[in-house]
Write a protein that binds this ligand. Structure first.
Ligand SMILES: Cc1cc2nc3c(=O)[nH]c(=O)nc-3n(C[C@H](O)[C@H](O)[C@H](O)COP(=O)(O)OP(=O)(O)OC[C@H]3O[C@@H](n4cnc5c(N)ncnc54)[C@H](O)[C@@H]3O)c2cc1C
Length: 460
């Protein structure tokens, strides 16, 4: 009997390179020059991920002629935006269950706004011809443990039993599934980000890479942003810096950096793809607290991520955290159990990215400097689509006129901050331990039930 890949995850990973698949291409644009000298702007956007890029694009779409400068400390799409699974979901609330439980009165509006946001992302991509593999093929949620079938609401219409779900995608681990056709696309996120940057420039936005914001100060009718090479004097500032520590205290305390890990296989042959019967347009995730997400890339690989969500003491963010062999081997083993038909397949890429986890699992918003600065962060691993909505919210807040978006309780209400160390670290470890146990037993312990009661938690 051939040695099973499940027994030798290290071997399957042996030739993999440490680095995001999406950024490993000669099509990656050369970095734009850093800011040199002092400039004036109507709007300064800080951060060159999806949140910053959408904010810049929406600012000039909404009000052509606005002078927008975007600064990025590293390179466009260097962090979460160039490292994610590429699930572009309509949900603005990290899923329906989270949204309904927190904002039951307005959830239907949030759902409608989320679908509209996804439609408009699709229209923007089409209008500007951004070549990023955007395919709206829906998402399949699968249960792999008996107690997870409950999460798929077996009583309601549309549940796929074992045979039905395995006809869609053939894994011996699947017990049941539910397919949502409407609310999700898959995309090559780096190409989308590069495309948005090019669109922004065509519409007049100035982008400076390798330009770090060092400090921000309100100065009467302006905000002054210092960078190593010069000062930007802006009427308004939109902070889109994810979990990286920034100049404002509130967002700094309300997010923690959580590392999420991903693998990508070599491209599948036609026979391998046929053996698992998977329509490449459809993304998949399983239903555990520690869940996997996986999809087929435009060049026919399986991207396989999730499960472990690692927090380092003191909100530490360091490149060393990205290479965690035990997590990569766990992911490789789970992959082999899910698709034994693909025995022998090798992983070509392994990487990690840092997620802005908030206690409410979705973005929160705020302003500073008398309404001249706005921020959005806290997407908790579901910001590819929601970042565009967040950009519009920031622009609404900066404009100072109430809109349907800024009237939402979800937008007005702040996210509860995380406690200082060591309480934070202890709380997160206890939560992770409890969630792993709940995945095994199907029962939430006292700690998880207490967190549920206060609407708190930990997710990726
Ligand atoms: C491994 C992984 C998988 C994920 N999978 C999914 C998924 O499948 N679907 C989904 O919806 N979401 C997913 N996410 C989350 C998603 O990638 C993000 O929510 C989304 O990209 C929005 O990112 P952002 O622009 O807010 O942050 P980022 O992409 O991190 O961009 C913020 C930028 O700000 C810059 N910056 C920070 N500080 C400064 C400063 N002082 N000066 C200048 N620039 C600064 C940073 O360099 C960075 O480039 C995933 C995330 C990770 C890490």
């Amino acid at each position: 009997m051939p040695e099973q890949i499940a027994d030798r995850p290290a071997a399957a990973l042996a030739d993999s390179v440490l680095g995001p698949l999406w950024l490993d291409t000669s099509d990656r644009p050369a970095p734009r020059p850093a800011l040199a000298g002092d400039v004036e702007a109507d709007l300064l956007v800080v951060g060159g991920g999806f949140t910053g890029l959408w904010t810049a694009v929406r600012a000039v779409e909404r009000d052509p002629g606005t002078r927008v400068v975007l600064i990025e400390a590293d390179r466009i799409a260097e962090h979460a935006t160039g490292r994610n699974g590429g699930f572009c979901e309509a949900s603005l609330t990290h899923g329906e269950a989270n949204g309904r439980s927190r904002w039951p009165e307005e959830y239907d509006d949030l759902h409608r706004l989320g679908i509209r946001n996804l439609d408009e992302i699709e229209q923007t991509i089409k209008r500007h011809g951004i070549d990023c593999g955007f395919t709206r093929g829906g998402v399949l949620a699968v249960a792999t443990r008996p107690h997870e079938v409950e999460a798929l609401e077996p009583g309601s219409e549309g549940l796929l039993d074992t045979a039905a779900v395995r006809r869609l995608v053939d894994s011996p681990t699947y017990l049941a599934g539910r397919y949502e056709a409407d609310g999700c696309a898959v995309v090559d996120p780096a190409r989308l980000a590069w495309g948005l940057a090019a669109v922004a420039e065509r519409l007049g936005v100035v982008i400076a890479e390798n330009t770090r914001l060092e400090s921000l100060r309100g100065r009467g009718a302006h905000v002054e942003a210092r960078t190593p090479a010069g000062t930007v004097r802006a009427t308004n500032v939109a902070l889109a810096t994810n979990v990286f520590p920034g100049p404002l205290r509130r967002p700094r305390w309300s997010v923690v950096p959580v590392y999420d890990y991903v693998l990508a296989t070599e491209p599948l042959t036609r026979d391998q793809l046929a053996a698992i019967r998977w329509d490449p347009a459809m993304g998949i995730s399983d239903c555990g607290n520690q869940f996997h997400y996986y999809r087929i890339t435009p060049d026919g690989r399986i991207l396989w991520g999730g499960y472990d969500a690692i927090y380092h003491y003191g909100r530490s963010i360091r490149p060393e955290h990205e290479d965690r062999s035990e997590t990569f081997e766990t992911l490789a083993r789970h992959f082999a159990e899910t698709f034994p038909q693909l025995d022998g397949i090798r992983f070509t890429h392994r990487w990690a990215g840092v997620i802005d986890t908030s206690t409410r699992f979705c973005a929160f918003f705020g302003t500073a400097h008398g309404g001249r600065t706005a921020y959005a962060t806290g997407f908790t691993g579901l910001g590819v689509g929601a970042s565009r909505f967040a950009g519009d919210v920031m622009l609404d807040l900066l404009a100072g006129e109430p809109t349907e978006r800024t009237r939402l309780e979800m937008v007005r209400k702040k996210s509860l901050p995380f406690p200082p160390e060591p309480v934070n670290w202890i709380g997160i470890q206890l939560t992770r331990w409890s969630m792993a146990r709940a995945d095994r037993t199907g029962r939430r312990n006292l700690w998880l039930r207490a967190l549920d009661r206060f609407g708190l938690g930990f997710d990726s």
